[in-house]
Every structure is written in structure tokens, then in C-alpha cells.
Design a protein. Structure first.
Length: 694
């Protein structure tokens, strides 16, 4: 079904049910009011329990994105040097014919010279990889390991709990102690925060564990401002206190865990004094948090941990997630529906991945076993010559749902890779991003209001359907249409390339979801147990919470959660004595929304938060322009001495587009391509820098 057909015969005013496409745990349901073919209002769906009629500040401005004056509305071909952003308009046929011809020539030599590059510009299963994966599998292109956000945390959960599973978010409202660990919930998980506030009003204690004093931390009862990359040490100290004070649920541990004796022995090596020295925390603060946990255990009250991805962006991030994920089993928190842990719920969804993404098409391609390229090392990989170990050089890059020139680490090398004149680059985009400036062709993409899609969530357990509310603006086309057209031009006659977007939505979950209810209501709640691991039954090979992982042991790795120091420990290199973390600015979502004027105005300027104790000896005052630098590069930011940064840590709020930054660079000029312990994910928050007044 073509998107335009859905809206062609629309009445003068109507409301259309949709879903937020952005990379956020909340996955909100929204309602678009359309008048005479134009979207005039966007609001949270009040009928959807998880959304409750409320959208975040960012998505409440979504119509500003849809009707933005810089919206790309026709195909463009480069006419200037790469990076200059100079293009001429071309027809769709002209663009697609040339793109297909170039891909055909490369594939005839080696399809692995072609690389797709995408991530979560949309979280939709259809406009994300629904047709794109089919195309690249049939082509035999290099595969992309999509690690840039959550791979380390996912690995940590998988080796401990068995997958990306956990407690249901709505049950946090009944918890008595909530640890918000590595998460700025007000900025990045607003609807969880609503449940946390319900619990707080009912007498629950809220504790935030985060190097930065976020708005979330300010509204909790306690804030533990630990050093980046030290979360595993803190988790072990809490376990040590539970052991020595008798706060372990011995019955749950014996029945439903694996490797308790080994974990117990390691935890006893981490008294609060040792952890405090590593974490940069007062001993008393660690002991007080342990007592809070112990009091709940003694009263048989639920303790819940809302873990987020901030803590896994350091060298030992996956092991840190493992350590924290052990805590609920140690104290028996899983017995309660309001106890346990939630990092991601996405593993609970019965997505029919083989039917949707068709990996079997690789067998029909010229390269049935293509190599895998890690998206987090794209800077190095674009500059890497052909070799027996690496394979052929990357000669073509198809970018969609991502802005790697702004978001990938070690941006100086990323830019040099994208600037290669011999690299053929196609970018599917809604706006002239930093990455689009380096494209040979830019193809105009639809927004969420202009196409079908279907969504899971990693913060709740509902499936959501997105209907197109308006016809595509200008010549914009859905990603699915582009890849169908390229498949046709390359002679791929497999029947799956004829599937329209509504068919893809139906295929995503098959019979596991009542699609008629989804069409009528806009969402369907998965039928999951309220307390998923009250009686064990973890989706691990043993069926237990695996403190000790036989799978890691078989790989020659530490089978217990390890405490690993950062690649770049703060203060280790006297030339770069400060640790830098770079969380998204509150009004941005990674690099999305940076070009929305109202949100950029609210955010102000690219900023570096510093503690006065670090600013004073450098002669830096609040509001000064500063240069942040290390051996990889430098960028210019506005110093903010606003009380949010702890001593020894600076906070470079991201992710500004380079072209909208004062010196044409952003914080990823400083981050490295070093990877995490497990999951091969980036280490954005494992970054040593120095700061000087500009």
C-alpha cells in the first residue's frame, strides 16, 4: 500500500494514531490532527497507559521537524568538494539509475566493498531494516555490527539474565527503594520518571547513581556521583555489605542462581573502603545505600534498579552491567513484581526477524558469508586499505537512519574517511546533516507522519503501530521504497521485494500479535508475567541467573563480573588529567533535533560543565569559551560552572552538529575508537582530556 494512497481521500479534519520513532525507552503513542492534508497538532495518546497523553519536550516539537524550512524534498547530486554541501537537484530515476549502476559494478568485483551504515534514526522495524536488510543480504554486502548504543549492556544482560529482559516498568510505582543507575530519567525516560514519582509519593526512596548531578539526581533523595567506569566496584561493595550483614536471600540464591560461592568470594574482596577509593565516593555514602537495601530486604519490600546505557560506555561497561544485574538475585528482589531490574525489555518481543529481515537471501547473493564491520570503528575502517585480514577496502557507503560524521567516535578520522574522493556515498536523510554534506547523492526521506511502521520498545512491553498521517512532502520517499527500487534495478526478483509496508508491519510479529487490535487501537500489550523471575526461569542456558557464566568461561574470559579500569583512567596521563563524559543535551536526542531552532535556542551553546575546583587553577570562569583537547583533537565549548560536574570529571553535552558548532567540531573529536570488554561497543565515556581557556 503506497503511503500517498492512505491519505488521498482523507476528510477535512481527522486524527491519526501513530508512534514516536526515536531512540528512547518510552516509545510513546501519539495522535496527529490533520486538517486539509496538513498536520496541525501532535499530542501524546491519552488512551495509551504508558504515554498517558504526555510527550517529551523534543517530540512535542515534531511538527517543526516535519515542516522545517531545511527539509530535504528532492534528490540531490554533489557538485562541489566533499564536505562543502554543494548539490544540484536530480530526478529520482536519474539518481537511482546511477546508484544502481555503481553498486552493480562494485558487486561484480566484490559486494563486500559496499557497506550499509544505519542505526536508530528511526526505531521502526519497517523503515529501520525491514526492506534494507533484505536488499543488502541479497546483494551480499558487508554486514554492519550495530554496536554504537547498547551492545555492551546487551552482552552483560545476556550473560547474566539470558537476554534483554527485566521487570515491567509500570511496577516501579510500587517499589520501596529505586536505584536510578546511569540514567538521566527526566531527560531520557520521562514516563518511567512518572512511575518513580508515584513510588516517591507513596514513601519510596529514590537514589541516583551518576557521575553528573542531573536534574534527575537533584530530585532524588540521594546522589552518588561516582567516577566514570567504576560502577562494578560499587555493585560489589553493596554485595559485600549484604553478605556481611546477612541481607542475602539465601533461599533464592540457592534455588535460582549459578555460581554463588564464587561471586560471594569476589564480593568479599570489595569492602566499602576499597570501593570508595576506586569510585571517588565517601565510604559512609556506600554504607548508607547498603543499609537502605538491607532494610528493604529485612522488611521484605521490593528493591528495583532502573539501569540505563550511560554506565556501559567505558572499557568495563559490560562487566559493570553484569555486576549490577547480579544484585537483584542476591537480595531476592525478583520475588516481587515491583522488584528486580530493567535495562531493556526488547528481548521480550516475539519479533519474527527471519521473516522480516530475510537473512536466507545471503545464500542467493554472490557472497553468502560476508565480513562484519563494527560501526563504532568506521573512522579506522574507511581509511583501511585492502588486506587479507580486513578484506577489500570499503568503496561504497549507504547511510540511512544515522549521522555518523556527527555521532561516531574519533570524528577526525571519520571525517577523513568520508572525505575520500574514491568513496561513493549515498545518504537517505530528512535534513542536510554533517554526513549528508559528504554524500555523492542525498535522497529525501519521509518522517514518521508520512509512512507506515511498527515498533517495539526497550522501556515497556507494548507493540505500537504507526499509520501515515499525511502524504509525503515534496518528493520524499520512505526508506522501504528506495530499497525496493534499487532491488528492481539490480534485477532482484525475489517475491519479498514486492511486499508493501503494511505487509511488512504484519510480518514483523506474525501471529504473535493481534494485528486487528493493533490497527484499531494503535498498541497491543504483550501477555507477560507480572513477576517474570519470581520462581527463576531465566532465559539462560541453565535457567538460572548466572553469576558465573559457563559461556564466558568457554571463551577463556572471566566467568564472573570483573572490575576493569578504563582505557583512559582519569589522572593517569598528566597531560590529560580530566575524565570527560558526553551525554546528550536535554533538548537533543543524540544528533536529532539539533537543527530545530526552538530546541537549539533552549539548549543555548555547546557547553562543557566543570567543577569550580577544576576550573579555578586553569583560570576559567563561568561563561568562558574553553578548548577541550587530547591527542585525538580538540573542540571549543562554553564553560558552565553550574554544579553538575563532580571534581575530576567534565561533561561535554552532545551531540551538536559539527556545522552548528562554533569551530566546526563537536565532542566526538575527542572520543576514541577503543571498544568495550564485551559486545565490542564504543567507549564514549572513557575519555581523558585537558581544558584550557580559549
Amino acid at each position: 500500500m503506497d503511503t500517498a494512497d492512505v491519505t488521498a481521500a482523507a476528510p477535512a479534519e481527522q486524527t491519526i494514531l501513530g508512534a514516536c520513532p526515536h531512540d528512547c525507552p518510552d516509545t510513546c503513542a501519539f495522535v496527529t490532527t490533520v486538517r486539509d492534508g496538513r498536520a496541525v497538532r501532535l499530542q501524546g495518546n491519552p488512551q495509551h497507559p504508558q504515554t498517558g497523553g504526555v510527550l517529551c519536550t523534543k517530540v512535542s516539537r515534531y511538527l517543526e521537524r516535519v515542516y522545517h524550512p531545511q527539509r530535504l524534498l528532492q534528490p540531490l547530486r554533489r557538485v562541489g568538494p566533499k564536505g562543502a554541501g554543494r548539490f544540484e537537484p536530480v530526478s529520482w530515476d536519474e539518481a537511482l539509475d546511477d546508484i544502481a549502476a555503481r553498486l552493480r559494478a562494485l558487486a561484480a568485483r566484490d559486494p563486500q566493498t559496499i557497506l550499509p551504515y544505519s542505526y536508530a534514526g528511526t526505531m521502526g522495524l519497517v523503515q529501520g531494516e525491514g526492506m534494507a536488510a533484505r536488499f543488502f543480504h541479497r546483494l551480499g554486502a558487508s554486514l554492519l555490527d550495530r554496536t554504537i548504543c547498547s551492545a555492551a549492556g546487551a552482552a552483560g544482560l545476556t550473560y547474566t539474565l539470558g537476554g534483554k529482559v527485566g521487570m515491567r516498568v509500570e511496577h516501579f510505582a510500587e517499589s520501596r527503594l529505586i536505584l536510578i543507575w546511569g540514567s538521566h530519567s527526566i531527560g531520557s525516560n520521562l514516563h518511567f520518571w512518572r512511575y518513580a514519582q508515584q513510588a516517591k509519593r507513596a514513601g519510596a526512596r529514590l537514589v541516583c547513581i551518576d557521575p553528573r548531578r542531573t536534574e534527575t539526581a537533584e530530585k532524588c533523595h540521594e546522589h552518588l556521583a561516582l567516577l566514570p567506569g567504576t560502577d562494578a566496584a560499587l555493585a560489589y561493595a553493596l554485595m559485600q555489605q549484604c553478605i556481611v550483614h546477612g541481607w542475602v536471600d539465601e533461599d533464592y540464591v540457592q534455588r535460582h542462581t549459578l555460581g554463588w560461592e564464587a561471586l560471594r568470594e569476589r564480593a568479599l574482596q570489595w569492602p566499602p573502603e576499597r570501593a570508595a577509593a576506586v569510585c571517588g565516593l565517601p565510604v559512609a555514602q556506600i554504607e548508607a545505600l547498603a543499609r537502605d537495601i538491607g532494610a528493604c530486604v529485612q522488611r521484605r519490600e521490593p528493591v528495583a534498579i532502573r539501569l540505563n546505557y550511560g554506565m556501559q560506555r567505558t572499557r568495563g561497561g559490560a562487566n559493570a552491567v553484569r555486576a549490577v544485574a547480579c544484585l537483584p538475585a542476591v537480595i531476592g528482589a525478583w520475588r516481587h513484581r515491583a522488584g528486580g531490574l530493567l535495562l531493556s525489555s526488547s528481548g521480550s518481543y516475539p519479533v519474527q526477524r527471519e521473516a522480516l529481515f530475510r537473512p536466507d537471501l545471503l545464500q542467493r547473493s554472490p557472497c553468502p558469508q560476508p565480513r562484519v564491520i563494527n560501526m563504532s570503528t568506521i573512522g579506522d575502517d574507511l581509511l583501511r586499505p585492502a588486506s587479507p585480514a580486513f578484506g577489500p577496502a570499503i568503496e561504497a557507503l549507504i547511510v540511512y537512519n544515522s549521522n555518523p560524521v556527527a555521532v561516531a567516535p574519533d570524528a577526525g578520522r571519520v571525517v577523513r574517511g568520508f572525505a575520500r574522493e574514491d568513496l561513493f556515498t549515498v545518504v537517505l536523510e530528512q535534513f542536510p546533516t554533517d554526513t549528508a554534506d559528504y554524500a555523492d547523492y542525498v535522497l529525501p526521506a519521509t518522517t514518521q507522519l508520512e509512512h507506515w511502521d511498527i515498533h517495539l520498545s526497550y522501556g515497556h512491553t507494548d507493540v505500537l503501530l504507526n499509520r501515515p498521517a499525511i502524504a509525503p512532502l515534496g518528493q520524499a520517499r520512505p526508506n522501504t521504497w528506495v530499497f525496493r527500487e534499487l532491488a528492481r534495478r539490480l534485477g532482484f526478483d525475489d517475491p519479498c521485494f514486492a511486499d508493501d509496508d503494511l505487509t511488512l508491519c504484519r510480518q514483523a510479529f506474525g501471529d504473535a500479535v493481534d494485528f486487528e487490535v493493533l490497527m484499531r487501537q494503535g498498541w497491543v500489550t504483550l501477555p507477560l508475567p507480572e513477576a517474570p523471575f519470581a520462581h527463576g526461569g531465566f532465559p539462560t542456558p541453565s535457567g538460572r541467573c548466572e553469576f558465573y557464566s559457563p559461556r564466558l568461561a568457554a571463551q577463556g574470559l572471566d566467568p564472573l563480573p570483573a572490575v576493569l579500569s578504563n582505557h583512559e583512567p582519569a589522572g593517569h596521563d598528566p597531560r590529560h588529567p580530566l575524565a570527560m563524559i558526553s551525554p546528550p543535551a536535554r533538548h537533543f536526542l543524540n544528533s536529532t533535533f539539533v537543527n530545530v531552532a526552538s530546541l537549539r535556542d533552549a539548549e543555548g551553546e555547546p557547553a562543557l560543565e566543570m567543577h569550580p575546583a577544576d576550573a579555578a587553577p586553569r583560570g576559567i570562569a563561568d561563561g568562558d569559551w574553553v578548548e577541550v583537547f587530547n591527542d585525538r583533537g580538540q573542540c571549543r565549548l562554553r564553560a558552565r560552572l553550574n554544579g553538575r560536574a563532580r571534581p575530576g570529571v567534565v561533561v561535554g553535552l552532545g551531540i551538536w552538529w559539527r556545522k552548528l558548532s562554533p569551530d566546526g567540531r563537536n565532542v566526538n573529536e575527542l572520543t576514541s575508537q577503543a571498544l568495550t570488554d564485551l559486545g565490542q561497543a564504543p567507549t564514549f565515556y572513557d575519555c581523558a582530556v585537558e581544558v584550557r581557556r580559549a
